[in-house]
Design a binder for this molecule. Structure first.
Ligand code: PLP
Length: 439
């Protein structure tokens, strides 16, 4: 079936195939240049994307449930962001000077996420990297702790997993500057005993985590786990960083606000720019005071934690328009209602076909899983992967006008996603499953 669907994809997309044939030798050998190379073997080339609908260069329309792996959670080209970006660019963007939008965005991020002092970045990778450097500096401790199979961008320290013989570098961690076990510790998500063991060494500056794993499927926290993490980090003098880049789908203040969490640091990228590169990290007043006491917080002195384009006026204008007019409380309520509809539809198909699968949801984002119950740690989740089955579903859906998030069976709702689009997914998903069971 997968072979058949790949052949159909190639027949259906001659222009994308031709573009890839032309550019593949220029870009195709570095696999992460465009992360969505596609399960079909070559990417669709983008013509236009508006709202939750994407059109490729062959003229096919798609229900875009990938939405740039959450970067377009606000929908593609939302009108208030487009207007703000055009106006700002016309008046200049890269002056290395703040605009009044910055204070608005900082106040809004504080209102949503609790932590009080912010710095801008252009990507979540950089926000994480800079936050980590700052926390090493203020604590004087060498190590950072991550959850096994986490993803926080191409941050050297984070590409670590638990293994049978102890922690090891994650597959694909190419070109690392040193053995990752020198810089990092690792514990399984949902394992407080493992975390306590690692923190007891007293050398961990910070725990960097997603409040729910979203990069090895969605793995939700068990009751008491996040409170336990907070309690243990406090006891060991270790800071707690919530990377809300993806868990922002949980609501206007991400998982932090939804679940009443009290991290010391919040990092966030992707969606806050409404489609324009923007990211930020926020720290508690206590960390800011320690940093200021340690050395003058002069940009030149702090060369390890910033960048020329970080906080450029265009990104900041985009973030303001996104937070003020698009990813509002009301929008999240609508997005979540659609996600519930999506999850219910998938569950109906699972039940009707007696599949040993399950559905996980984090606010506006849904995933279907080839396991029931859903895995509770990153390692369990990785062991549960079925790449051929996943590829079949992705290509089958793409051939019928639906795009899921690559590497996962994930779907995100935007303010522009419609109930009809959600229902279309259910119909096509049901057909994919029926064909699978007949085969
Ligand atoms: N943090 C999390 C939780 C992510 O999922 C990702 C990317 O998927 C990143 C950080 C890195 O984002 P970017 O690639 O935009 O730097």
């Amino acid at each position: 079936l997968l072979r058949r669907e790949r052949a159909a994809f190639a027949d259906r997309n001659p222009r994308s195939a031709a573009e890839y044939a032309r550019a593949g030798h220029l870009f195709g050998r570095v696999p992460m240049t465009w992360m969505n190379k596609n399960a079909a073997g070559f990417p669709l080339y983008l013509a236009t994307a508006r709202g939750a609908t994407l059109t490729d260069v062959d003229g096919h329309e798609y229900v875009d449930l990938c939405l740039g792996d959450t970067a377009a959670m606000a929908g593609h080209a939302p009108a208030p962001v487009a207007a703000a970006v055009q106006a700002r660019f016309a008046d200049g963007a890269c002056a290395m000077l703040p605009t009044p939008d910055a204070a608005w965005v900082g106040e809004e991020l504080t209102r949503r996420f609790g932590v009080s002092e912010w710095s801008f970045a252009l990507s979540a990778t950089d926000a994480n990297r800079w936050a980590i450097r700052l926390l090493r500096a203020v604590t004087g401790r060498p190590k950072i702790l991550f959850n096994s199979y986490c993803y926080h961008g191409s941050v050297d320290e984070s590409l670590i997993v638990t293994g049978g013989d102890g922690p090891r570098s994650r597959d694909g961690n190419v070109g690392a500057p040193c053995d990752v076990t020198l810089t990092s510790r690792v514990a399984e998500f949902n394992d407080l005993e493992g975390l306590a063991r690692e923190l007891a060494h007293g050398d961990v500056a910070a725990v960097v985590m997603e409040p729910a794993l979203t990069n090895i499927g969605i793995v939700l926290p068990e009751p008491g786990y996040l409170d336990g993490v907070r309690e243990l980090t406090r006891r060991h003098g270790t800071y707690l960083v919530n990377d809300e880049t993806h868990t922002f789908s949980a609501g206007p203040g991400g998982a932090t606000r939804r679940w009443g969490l009290r991290p010391d640091v919040v990092t966030i990228g992707k969606a806050i720019g409404g489609g324009i590169p923007a990211a930020a990290y926020g720290i508690s007043r206590e960390i800011a005071e320690r940093a200021a006491g340690m050395r003058d917080l002069d940009l030149v002195d702090m060369g390890g934690v910033g960048g020329t384009l970080a906080g450029n006026a265009l990104s900041v204008a985009a973030a303001r328009a996104t937070l003020e007019h698009v990813l509002t409380d009301e929008a999240f309520a609508r997005m979540e209602a659609l996600a519930v509809r999506f999850a219910d539809g998938v569950q109906r198909v699972i039940d009707a076909h007696a599949l040993p699968w399950s559905v996980s949801r984090l606010g506006a984002r849904v995933e279907y899983r080839f396991a029931n119950p859903a895995p509770r740690t990153g390692t369990e989740s990785a062991a549960n992967a079925d790449p051929d089955l996943e590829d079949y579903l992705h290509v089958y859906l793409a051939n019928r006008g639906i795009l899921l998030t690559p590497f996962h069976n994930m779907a995100l709702m935007s303010p522009d996603t419609t109930a009809q689009q959600v229902d279309l997914h259910e119909t096509v998903f049901e057909a994919a499953v029926s064909e699978l069971q007949r085969a």
